[in-house]
Ligand binder design. Structure first.
Ligand code: GDP
Ligand code: MN
Length: 382
């Protein structure tokens, strides 16, 4: 779950990490009113779930109300890498002496936390990593010990930050690690972390990814879920409570269980096709959930065939079959459907499906056969 910059900064502020005072605005008038209240100069910043806003023209300094109005007008509605700006954050402008980079994230291969700190901030860290990897000081933080004071001091020395920034940076990194841990974040990134001309260290940007599975510990995160960027298909699926990820192929995929759904996506690829989506309908496979899944897939114009791959476990074959039959009575599906049904009571399930089978509704004995058939049908439909 990604946060907007301003939400990240509000989270940081809760951990006493210094950020600039500011306000969010949905309209030009709101932006100017906010800036008048803060006092000029201000920075007008596009709030989108994507980096590189500065380069795209989504970050602008305004010395007075007229400039603020002009920038807010230009930025609201702007398209930044496919994300339309609906909100700006207006904050007190900072006088920057130096820009650094700081982050904590999960190092999945090392199975522990990774801290990265660099004296070369303000640019994309991926670029620094390729052109000048030694400019990034990395540390692993043991989750049991946490970030120790000695470790943090050595880390800041290794990164070669300006002397004037060291004490402030050590303080911020200590708080940032606490935030990373307490907030159940997968990533907290400050780029740039700045040293101001009057010697203050402050977070000028905030990129935060929270673990969506931690919402039960942080009920307030529910608000963030609603503003996640989704395409039209994902929005519809989210509204219907389905686990759906949009992809760019032509074979619609429905499976029960995330593991089976992933395998199905793999098998479609293996036989030369391209999945249009990942869709896990979960444990039950009743008519409601099946109809919802079919509707979402049917609304995707790129879909040319649909592959339903169900392995009955606790969910019995006949329940699945009845669910499919009833769903097809409720929603009109344009694309041909191929079903693979196996597991508990599969024979009975197949018997239930038999009378409904046609050119447009096929049943195949194995997952591989079903994937082949679905891919062929998608190809023929072109
Ligand atoms: P990003 O491009 O999406 O990463 O957006 P940032 O919030 O990191 O801003 C990009 C760049 O704009 C920063 O690296 C700064 O150089 C500049 N910038 C942002 N805020 C200020 C500010 O208050 N004062 C000045 N002088 N520059 C700023
Ligand atoms: Mn940035």
């Amino acid at each position: 779950m990604d946060l907007f910059e301003y939400q990240g900064k509000q989270l940081f502020a809760g951990y006493d990490i210094p950020v600039s005072p500011g306000a969010a605005a949905h309209t030009v008038d709101e932006a100017v009113a906010a800036a008048d209240g803060i006092g000029y100069p201000v920075v007008v910043k596009a709030q989108v779930h994507v980096g590189g806003r500065g380069k795209a023209g989504g970050i602008q300094l305004a010395a007075n109300a007229d400039e603020c109005r002009r920038h807010a007008q230009a930025i609201l509605g702007m398209d930044i890498k496919g994300h339309i700006v609906g909100l700006v954050w207006v904050e007190k402008a900072s006088d920057i002496a130096h820009e650094y980079y700081a982050s904590f994230t999960l190092d999945r291969s090392a199975k522990t936390h990774l801290g990265m700190l660099s004296a070369q901030g303000g640019v994309e860290i991926e670029d620094v990593a390729t052109t000048n990897p030694d400019a990034i000081a990395r540390i692993h933080v043991d989750p049991v010990d946490g970030l120790t004071a000695t470790q943090c001091e050595e880390w800041v020395s290794a990164a070669g930050l300006d002397e004037a920034a060291r004490a402030g940076t050590i303080e911020i990194l200590t708080k940032l690690y606490r935030c990373y841990e307490d907030a159940d974040a997968d990533l907290v990134e400050i780029n740039p972390l700045i040293l101001t001309t009057d010697g203050v260290v402050r977070a000028l940007d905030a990129k935060v990814t929270l673990d969506a599975n931690s919402v039960f510990r942080h009920p307030e995160y529910k608000d963030y879920e609603a503003t996640q960027p989704r395409d039209a298909r994902e929005e519809e699926a989210y509204g219907k409570g389905l686990q759906y990820v949009g992809l760019d192929g032509s074979v619609g995929v429905i499976a029960n269980g995330a593991g089976l759904a992933m395998s199905t996506v793999d098998v479609v690829n293996e036989v030369g096709g391209k999945p249009a989506n990942f869709l896990d309908i979960g444990g039950g496979a009743n008519a409601d959930v099946m109809a919802a899944a079919l509707e979402v897939i049917n609304h995707d114009p790129a879909v040319k065939s649909i592959l339903i791959n169900i392995f009955g476990g606790i969910t019995k074959g006949e329940e699945v079959a009845n669910g499919i039959v009833q769903a097809l009575q409720r929603v009109r599906i344009d694309s041909p459907i191929v079903i693979r049904l196996d597991g508990t009571n599969a024979d009975e399930g197949r018997r239930i499906l038999q009378p409904s089978l046609s050119e447009k509704l096929r049943l195949e004995p194995t997952m591989l056969d079903a994937a082949r058939a679905a891919v062929e049908l998608a190809r023929d439909a072109r």
